[in-house]
Ligand binder design. Structure first.
Ligand code: ADP
Ligand code: GN1
Ligand code: MG
Length: 401
């Protein structure tokens, strides 16, 4: 009786239960807490009681400032998840862990909530859910909770990191047969480093938060590497490297790994699946995973590029893709890692100068700490670029048929 009353009370009170209940869920929601460490969306783990036990879901409040057109964003994600699901079924793969978009009760791929739950979430009564207030209300989507995998935040082991490479490389293979023409560009110029550099310059000029004076050294380090910015953009434009459908946000915690079997389970965070270069996906994985420190580590002596982890990733990646990667891509793979790390640091620095409007921050100078770790990794990689290239060719040759 008491337990039942508590559940009713919670259902009544918790606005996220009201949100989740508008989707095709099994059972009754009784638990909702923030989950994961994404920088963009607000992610919640929702648990529902059913007759047979418990079902978990991932509920996400979509960042509508970043993703302006939620309708098209969700069309992309539904198309990609359906495509992958179909291939998995055809090739007898285990579909239990496939990522699925769960529709709302009125058959939509997302919920635009302007109702009671929205008012409640913005009333200040639920600071723990920390929601973004917007004129359009909140946008939500619901996924199945992938049980058998974990998104590693930092410091993967050699075996785990190799497994993450297999996961992203297989994802790349799935997308090979995906029709790029149906894809909407969710964030224009996402990896156009030339445009990213222009935005950086504008942020310095405007200096809205009067912060440029604090970061002269960082500005100098990023500005002096301007020559990196057009390399991949130009090669894509001239057709010297192929434009492919890519994930574009292949950081370590965006692939769920089974830590017991060391099998990659599911690639998640599909908001940025768009046309791009394979160098972006390879590079962003190295940026986020081939390091001994966290992305926001303050003590830079703890942040070192790891050639060992790099090698493990190249091994996994090439074991799946050696025959598909072109000669020009192979030549630039290691540079791609420097470029993506540089680009991400440039974005953190730009956001710091713009007063932290894009990436979620949890402390003062958070974006600045991130800027510095990325530059430390860039400097480390620059020193060992010839060795990185050697490793790339070693595995390209090993796995080419
Ligand atoms: P963001 O765009 O903010 O990074 P993500 O989609 O990456 O959001 O989700 C944030 C975190 O939530 C992930 O790093 C992962 O730990 C967890 N997560 C997301 N989707 C799922 C899922 N379907 N099953 C299990 N965990 C998930
Ligand atoms: C963001 O969403 P999340 O946390 O997986 C960002 C990436 C950055 C990353 C840096 C849509 O990734 O581009 O590389 O932070 N995603 C978007 O940690 O901007
Ligand atoms: Mg993510």
């Amino acid at each position: 009786m008491y337990i039942k009353f508590n559940i009713i009370k919670e259902v009544f009170m918790n606005p996220l239960f009201q949100v989740a209940s508008q989707f095709n869920i099994e059972g009754e929601p009784f638990y909702a807490k923030q989950y994961g460490n994404g920088h963009i969306n607000r992610t919640y783990l929702v648990k529902c009681k059913t007759d047979g036990g418990e079902v978990k879901y991932i509920l996400q409040q979509i960042n509508h400032t970043v993703f302006k057109n939620v309708e098209n964003l969700m069309k992309n994600i539904v198309a990609v998840t359906n495509h992958i699901y179909k291939i998995m079924v055809e090739s007898n793969e285990d579909i239990e862990n496939a990522l699925r978009v769960i529709k709302t009760k009125d058959g939509k791929d997302y919920l635009q909530d302007k109702g009671k739950s929205y008012e409640l979430l913005n009333s200040g009564k639920y600071p723990e859910f920390n929601c973004i207030k917007g004129d359009d209300g909140h946008f939500y989507r619901l996924y199945n909770f992938v049980e058998n995998g974990i998104g590693i935040e930092t410091k993967a082991t050699i075996e785990e990191f190799r497994s993450s490479a297999l996961g992203f490389a297989r994802f790349q293979k799935y997308l090979d047969s995906f029709d790029a023409s149906v894809l909407y560009e969710t964030i224009p110029n996402f990896h156009n480093t030339v445009v990213r550099f222009e935005n950086f310059k504008k942020a310095i000029e405007k200096d809205v938060a009067n912060r440029a004076k604090n970061v002269a050294e960082e500005i100098e380090k990023y500005a002096s590497r301007k020559h990196y910015t057009n390399v991949v953009v130009d090669l894509l434009e001239s057709g010297e490297i192929p434009t492919r459908v890519t994930h574009n946000d292949t950081k370590l915690n965006n692939v769920l790994i089974n830590l017991k079997t060391l099998n990659p389970v599911t690639v998640i965070d599909l908001d940025t699946v768009m046309s791009g270069s394979l160098l972006y996906d390879f590079g962003d994985s190295i940026r986020s995973g081939a390091t001994t420190g966290a992305e926001d580590e303050k003590d830079l002596t703890k942040v070192n590029f790891s050639l060992e982890l790099f090698e493990a990733y190249v091994d996994g990646f090439m074991s799946e893709l050696a025959d598909r990667i072109t000669d020009k891509e192979t030549e630039l793979l290691a540079f791609g890692a420097i470029l993506m790390t540089y680009e991400c640091g440039l974005r953190f620095l730009t956001d710091y100068l713009e007063n932290d409007v894009y990436f979620r921050v949890h402390r003062e100078n958070h974006n600045l700490d991130r800027t510095r770790t990325q530059m430390k990794l860039v400097e480390d990689m620059e020193k060992v670029l010839p060795k990185m290239n050697e490793i790339v060719y070693k595995y390209k040759n090993k796995y080419s048929k």
